[in-house]
Design a protein around this ligand. Structure first.
Ligand code: ZN
Length: 278
């Protein structure tokens, strides 16, 4: 997910919102959509969905081709209006247009931040939205909390014309993918790549090269993808996070991640590059 073309990010809520305003409204992690899930669900507009009747809090996201967009944190007891339903964001990957999916992911992260920062983490006082920026402040001690973004790295290690792909214990299927892990305090991304590859599969790498990044709303990651080249070591999966790991030749790749994932793009671009002899 990334910032859609034609989207202008803003945070100050306008004095009035038009009825065409798109409402990315969540209740307990699920988004409210209009229409049937098995047809073409859409994001409700304020015309269809009364913000005033929906207790909770709203944050202005910005405008998409001139249309205002708001993120709404609905109260837990909010009942879906007739003709609408709640669904997980992942269920919309193949049905919602990509710009709306990206904004739904953005809204999800803001709503999650909103509902997990209602009280000051330092002194426990209820927080309030801060004027002028996307932040919550404590009226008692002044502590400020911003939406959290957690950097994570993904790395596809190559050895000649082979790819290092692993099956993580958390994967539900026989899928194999590039290695990934969260950056720890004090690390550069390159430090993180070397540590994770060493810890998870026991090999050393170099030639760490940036590929692309992707916002990932589950729950608030910025996934930064790289390639790297094998230097030394024998493959030794750690047995906890990694169930199985192999060097795969280009013409015998295992089951790969979904085509919408950055992992799949990273793998396919690397396969194409190696096939071209680069
Ligand atoms: Zn405080």
């Amino acid at each position: 997910m990334h910032t859609p073309d034609g989207f202008t990010p803003l945070h100050a809520m306008p004095a009035t919102l038009g009825t065409s305003t798109l409402a990315f409204a969540y209740r307990d992690g699920k988004i409210l959509v209009a229409g049937a899930l098995n047809e073409a669900p859409s994001i409700p507009t304020l015309h269809m969905f009364s913000l005033a009747a929906a207790p909770g809090s709203a944050h202005f996201l910005g405008t998409l081709a001139g249309t205002a967009c708001v993120a709404v944190n609905l109260a837990d007891d909010f009942q879906e209006p007739t003709g609408m339903c709640f669904t997980g964001l992942r269920a919309l990957f193949l049905t919602l247009p990509e710009p709306l999916l990206a904004l739904a992911g953005r809204a999800y992260q803001i709503v999650e931040w909103d509902r997990t920062h209602r009280f000051c983490g330092r002194c426990g006082t209820p927080t309030r939205d801060k004027a002028g920026e996307r932040a919550k402040e404590c009226p008692a001690c002044g502590q400020t909390a911003y939406p959290r973004v957690s950097p994570a790295m993904m790395v596809l290690v190559t050895r000649g014309r082979e790819l290092l792909l692993a099956r993580a214990n958390r994967f539900p299927t026989a899928m194999y993918s590039a290695l990934a892990g969260f950056v720890e305090p004090g690390e550069t991304i390159e430090d993180c790549i070397r540590r994770e590859v060493r810890e998870e599969v026991g090999v050393e790498v170099n030639a760490i090269t940036y590929f692309a990044s992707q916002s990932w709303a589950f729950p608030h990651s910025l996934m930064i993808a790289y390639t790297a080249e094998y230097v030394s070591g024998e493959l030794a999966p750690d047995g906890t996070e990694i169930a199985d790991v192999h060097w795969f030749p280009l013409d015998a790749l295992p089951q790969l991640p979904s085509p919408v994932s950055i992992a799949r793009h990273l793998i396919e671009a690397t396969v194409a590059r190696l096939r071209n002899g680069r």
